[in-house]
Design a protein around this ligand. Structure first.
Ligand SMILES: Nc1ncnc2c1ncn2[C@@H]1O[C@H](COP(=O)(O)OP(=O)(O)OP(=O)(O)O)[C@@H](O)[C@H]1O
Length: 265
């Protein structure tokens, strides 16, 4: 569904690459947490998937398309297959919940009838039935994020990208939002969620891909926020080379895992 082959992205020739030689495959229907410190390249990864930016080198494939060969007039079609959710919700403040979600369908030319059918259905899915007439400022942060998720999925995209979707929410609300993303994933949508939220990652036990300075340093199934949060790997051996993509002993936040107590955060 998403495939990166040796992808490097350099914004500024004088700075280090934002992504550096990334190889990664996300299959249809997967749920992946993308974790890493601020500046490690998570948003850049998502921008490349959306073709908001082009790779400097390497190949990005999304939904079977090689994005190097995708002409600009086909980019809107690519983006229709990808829903996106952000930390700051990005709702239209003067439009109701219904109108915010409907807008995503209007811009792609869907009929009034199909919009009238689809919007209540998706609002129910995200737990906002009965709130279609509210304005965004009349909703809690968690509810606003549910509207943003409804808007992102109303067109049944194959992929949902979420960039720090719980960054503005309290822990309980964050878990509810992530569970909603899990439910959407259960309906077949591939979900990639970039996050700093260690509690969420640790509680969900999904695939975790960790970036450090633009490199994938860990790709762990049923992983935790840091290496070894869930004991599926042997104790780290600091004498080995740290270059591998499945490294169990890479520095996390600049400290060798051994210094972090090994068994958790
Ligand atoms: N438009 C840009 N122009 C120049 N450099 C950029 C641009 N966008 C990102 N960068 C740089 O690329 C690197 C990776 O940034 P990116 O936003 O992908 O990280 P991130 O992991 O998403 O961080 P955060 O968690 O803070 O959102 C950083 O060094 C950043 O300064």
């Amino acid at each position: 569904m998403i495939r990166f082959d040796d992808v490097t992205k350099t914004y500024d020739r004088t700075a280090r690459p934002a992504l550096d030689g990334v190889d990664l495959e996300v299959s249809r229907g997967e749920f992946v947490f993308l974790v890493g410190a601020s500046g490690s390249g998570k948003s850049t990864f998502l921008r490349l998937v959306l073709k908001e930016e082009d790779a400097t080198s390497g190949a990005v494939q999304v939904a079977g398309k090689d994005l190097r060969r995708l002409s600009s007039w086909k980019v809107p079609h690519l983006r229709r297959q990808i829903g996106v959710v952000f930390q700051d919700f990005r709702l239209l403040p003067g439009k109701t919940v219904f109108q915010n979600v409907a807008f995503a369908l209007q811009v792609i030319g869907r009929s009034r009838g199909s919009i009238a059918a689809a919007v209540p259905e998706v609002l129910e899915l995200v737990g906002l039935e009965g709130k279609g007439d509210r304005l965004p400022h009349e909703l809690s942060g968690g509810e606003q994020q549910r509207v943003a998720i409804a808007r992102a999925i109303v067109n049944s995209p194959a992929i949902l990208l979420a960039d720090e979707p719980t960054g503005n929410l309290d822990p309980t609300t964050s878990l509810g939002i992530t569970r909603l993303l899990e439910r959407i994933n259960g309906r077949g949508t591939t979900v990639v969620m970039a996050t700093h939220d260690d509690d969420i990652v640790d509680s969900m036990r999904k695939r975790v891909v960790e970036l450090v300075d633009g490199h994938v340093v860990r790709d762990e199934h049923q992983g935790g926020y840091v290496t070894g949060a869930i004991p599926v790997v042997p104790a780290p051996d600091l004498s080995v080379d740290h270059g591998g993509a499945t490294a169990v002993d890479v520095p996390v936040d600049g400290r060798p895992v051994a210094e972090q107590g090994g068994g958790g955060r």
